[in-house]
Design a protein around this ligand. Sequence first.
Ligand code: DGP
Length: 237
Amino acid sequence: MATKPSRGAFIVIEGLDRSGKSTQAATLLERLQSRNIPVKFHKFPDRVTPIGQMIDSYLRSKSDLDDHVIHLLFSANRWELAATVEQTLNSGTHIVCDRYAFSGIAFTASKPSQIPFEWCRTPDISLPAPDLILYLDISPNKAKERGGYGEERYEQEEMQTRVREVYRRMREETMAVGSNRESENRPQWVEIDAGRSVEDVGKEIWIHVEPFVQPSGISKPIGRLWMDRLPSAGVTL
Ligand code: DGP
């Protein structure tokens, strides 16, 4: 029987639309469950909650909202589950999560309204931080060839090209070596070539995930996203 780790690992899968995130999340869950490793799955946006239903309606172009408003709803949708995420991790269960705050920045900052990157980050500051981000990289051209493309609002090649650029910026930022405590606690960002077969991508994902799901667990406390981006000097909150 598998022993419970000190806390579970928070593993996020990110990428462009049709990069294979949902398929890979399902494969990863199966792998973990077949080894009796405790794991829970989350997907953002969670379209079931009242906020999620508003997001769903927007994504399917059944309603229209100001770009700032929908951005804040996406963020609120993550905050709705933040306490549950923490409880789950602290109970020793791992989390596999399909999209998170990185999608929030990537998609909003890529819109023609040119909302600044830093504005997009702000509402998600201090959310529970993932330990590992698996970024499935695919060219927008290749993603377009995959089934179901174009059904929802953001599934256009030009938009996805900008989204990819913003993801690249976040990758560089996350991987940059900093000197302060917050940066030591930053998640690990792994870029995976998602243009390959489902099996090959799945195998590579497992190589990166395995060290995070050992029985010894994760010993460091759950991090908080982007705390180093809070205004500091002389500001009392
Ligand atoms: P999915 O259910 O994974 O297909 O995602 C739905 C769409 O919403 C997809 O085009 C990516 C986009 N999206 C996901 N999270 C956010 C977010 O936080 N903000 C914005 N603007 N878009 C997001």
